[in-house]
Design a protein around this ligand. Sequence first.
Ligand SMILES: C[S@@+](CC[C@H](N)C(=O)[O-])C[C@H]1O[C@@H](n2cnc3c(N)ncnc32)[C@H](O)[C@@H]1O
Length: 394
Amino acid sequence: MPRPILPEPPDELKHLSDSLSSRIRDEIRRHGMIPFSRFMERALYEPGQGYYSAGLHKLGAAGDFVTAPELGSLFAACLARQVAEVAAILGPFDILEVGAGSGRLAADLLRELEADRLPGRYLILETSADLRQVQRECIAGAAPAWLDRVTWLDEPPAADWNGVLIANEVVDALAVERFQATGSAIEQLCVTERDGSFGWASRAAPADLEAAVRRLESSVGRAFPAGYRSEVHMQLPPWLELLTGRMRRGLALFIDYGYPRREYYLPERSDGTLMCHYRHRAHDDAFFWPGLQDITAWVDFTALAEAADACGLEVVGYSSQAMFLLGCGLDRVLAARGDGREDMALALNAEARQLTLPGMMGERFQAMGLGRDLGEGAEQPLRGFSLQDLRYRL
Ligand SMILES: C[S@@+](CC[C@H](N)C(=O)[O-])C[C@H]1O[C@@H](n2cnc3c(N)ncnc32)[C@H](O)[C@@H]1O
């Protein structure tokens, strides 16, 4: 992908990025090269300096990208209907939101659920100290009555809980390993330094990465040809286990952009799915001002389903975001909000289109529901998965 012309960051932000870059370069000098996953981890999450940790305005129109909850409250209203259905099965329940961004989804969900069924606790697991503060302010402003139900966690719950886990656009933000095939071997793509700039390097893949890539090859039924590069979320299985280990009964809902494995590792997708966002421009230069831009990789939903299986979770649904939101009752939400004002109706329709049209978020984003012990209540598909069942593609 040719890099679009990107706006020049202001000097104070360049200084912030220079300082992070020089710390990463120190690590590279000590080791010769570092795995790309390590570079991505530091670029995104280095305390005080990483993209998600440095107090920058990332989400929304003034930031670098817009997520579904940032577009308005329709996404939250649909999710609330899914949460209410699960709550009716479970009785008293909690919500665990992982990676809550600006806090907008939490605030809107609590407001939507107010009329129906509030969680006992709204737990937020968030790595970024800076974003925790943003989330607190957002919820205090938009849903003050329910702020006392919200608790920020450093670790996933250590005691048993029942309820709904929500992770919107979080898996794509986990650090990924990049690999390349040489025809006979698998190499780990690494980051090195050349003349003061970051650059790609490679070395023989460590045994766990090589084994993971060989499993991918046997899963898609062909070897990756020489020069083929892609990504693998090595930390997904232990991460999912950690997140859901104490969820005794409930639904874990992951919404993200991605593909089932066979589409993820298509022969023609020979340079992987890595994508960076800076001021609403998407490009693939992962070394552009580290700490100032988002770096993501698409999600292999088959890998998520396999990780779920290993944790004893059942894939209870998999569909496009569009069909998930429609299944949740997007049309009913829209109808209930039609208060006769044309400007309002137009804005809501524009938001609904952005969430559901195939060329926008509707198809690229997919929803996967992982259930545990939902009992008889789960004999029918959950409402979000009632219109489309893509599990056969996993
Ligand atoms: C792309 S943003 C999505 C934010 C929000 N869910 C939304 O839809 O607007 C990714 C979020 O996940 C958080 N995050 C990334 N890795 C995480 C992890 N391992 N545990 C918890 N939060 C994480 C980031 O700090 C950020 O809040």
